[in-house]
Design a protein around this ligand. Structure first.
Ligand code: ADP
Ligand code: MG
Length: 287
C-alpha cells in the first residue's frame, strides 16, 4: 500500500486537505471541463437506513440477520447499514466462503447456509426470481439456500453540501457534470435531479463506468480535462482511466489511493471546486 505521504504537499494545497501526486495533476485540474462523480459515498453520505423489509420465506429479523452476516466482511456502505440494522455483534467465524461481486453484492456461507445479498443483477446471475418494489430506495435482495427470501429497502441521504458543490463547479467553469452509479435508475435519477447534475447513468458495473468515462473523454474539448471523483469503493479502475482521478476521504481503500492522482482528505464534495480553485491560484503564482 502507498502511504499518504507519497502525495506531495504542492503549492500549499495540502494545507487545505488536497493531496496531489505531482504538479502535472495540479495543472490538469486547472483545465477541468467535465467532472464525473460516483454516487454512493461521494454525493450521498453512504450511510443507509433500513426503511422497509419485505420477507418471503423467513421472518424479517432472520432476513436482516442473514444479510448482515453475509455482508460482515464487506466494507461497502450497504454492508455497514445492514450491520447497524442487525444491531448485535456478529460472530464472523460463522461466515465462510465469502465472495464479493463488485457492483452486485455478496455471497457467503452463513452457519452452513448459502446466502446471497445484493441487487437484481446478482439475483439474475443466480437465476432467481425477485420481488419488485416501487418505493424509493436501494433494494437489497436476499436469497438463502437458493430460494428468494425477500428484500431489504435502504435509503441513503445526500451530503449536506452536495447541491452547493455542483453549483460551485459550474461557477468555476466546469461545463458538464455527470453521475455514474451502480445503483438503480429510480434512485439515481432522483439524486441527479435534486442536485442539478447534467447527465446520469445508472445500473453500471465498475467496468461499465470505465467505458462511460472513455466515451466522455472522446467528447471533451481538446486540451480540457475530465476528472472522476469517487469514494474509492469499487472505483480504482475508473480513477485510473480519467485524466484526473480524485479519491474522496483519506480512509479510502489502498487500491483507490494508489489509483488516484489527487486525494481529498475529507468527505466534503465542496472540496472538488476548492481544489480546482487552488490549482488555478498555484499556477498563477508559478507563471
Ligand atoms: P455506486 O456506483 O453508487 O458507488 P457500487 O458500484 O458500489 O455503487 O454498487 C452498485 C450497486 O451494487 C449497489 O447500489 C448495490 O445494489 C450493489 N452492491 C454492491 N456492493 C454490495 C454489497 N456489498 N451488498 C449489497 N449490494 C451491493
Ligand atoms: Mg461507489
Amino acid at each position: 500500500s502507498i502511504p499518504l505521504s507519497f502525495f506531495a504537499g504542492i503549492g500549499g494545497a495540502s494545507n487545505q486537505g488536497v493531496l496531489v501526486k505531482g504538479s502535472s495533476y495540479l495543472e490538469a485540474l486547472a483545465e477541468t471541463d467535465i467532472v464525473v462523480f460516483d454516487k454512493t459515498g461521494t454525493m450521498t453520505q453512504g450511510v443507509f437506513e433500513v426503511s422497509g423489509v419485505y420477507n418471503n420465506t423467513i421472518d424479517k429479523d432472520e432476513l436482516i440477520k442473514y444479510a448482515a452476516f453475509a455482508e460482515s466482511y464487506s466494507t461497502h456502505p450497504i454492508s455497514k447499514s445492514l450491520q447497524k440494522a442487525y444491531g448485535k455483534e456478529i460472530d464472523k467465524t460463522l461466515v465462510t466462503d465469502v465472495e464479493e461481486i463488485s457492483g452486485e453484492g455478496v455471497k457467503a456461507n452463513v452457519s452452513g447456509r448459502e446466502v446471497a445479498a445484493g441487487n437484481r443483477k446478482l439475483m439474475r446471475r443466480l437465476g432467481l426470481e425477485y420481488a419488485e418494489c416501487n418505493e424509493a430506495g436501494t433494494q437489497v435482495h436476499v436469497a438463502v439456500d437458493g430460494a428468494y427470501a425477500g428484500l431489504i429497502l435502504i435509503s441513503d441521504l445526500l451530503k449536506p453540501h452536495a447541491k452547493q458543490a455542483i453549483e460551485e463547479l459550474k461557477k468555476a467553469g466546469v461545463r458538464k457534470t455527470v453521475m455514474l452509479t451502480g445503483d438503480a435508475k429510480n434512485v439515481a435519477d432522483a439524486v441527479a435531479k435534486e442536485l442539478n447534475i447534467d447527465a446520469v447513468y445508472s445500473e453500471l458495473l465498475p467496468a461499465d463506468k470505465v467505458s462511460k468515462v472513455e466515451e466522455l473523454l472522446e467528447h471533451k474539448k481538446s486540451k480540457k480535462k475530465l476528472a472522476f471523483v469517487g469514494d474509492g469503493i469499487n472505483d480504482a479502475p475508473v480513477l485510473s482511466r480519467a485524466d484526473i482521478g480524485i479519491a474522496m476521504g483519506a480512509l479510502g481503500s489502498d487500491a483507490a489511493i494508489e489509483a488516484a492522482d489527487i486525494v481529498l482528505m475529507d468527505d466534503d464534495p465542496l472540496k472538488i471546486s476548492k481544489a480546482i480553485k487552488i490549482s488555478r491560484k498555484c499556477l498563477r503564482i508559478v507563471y
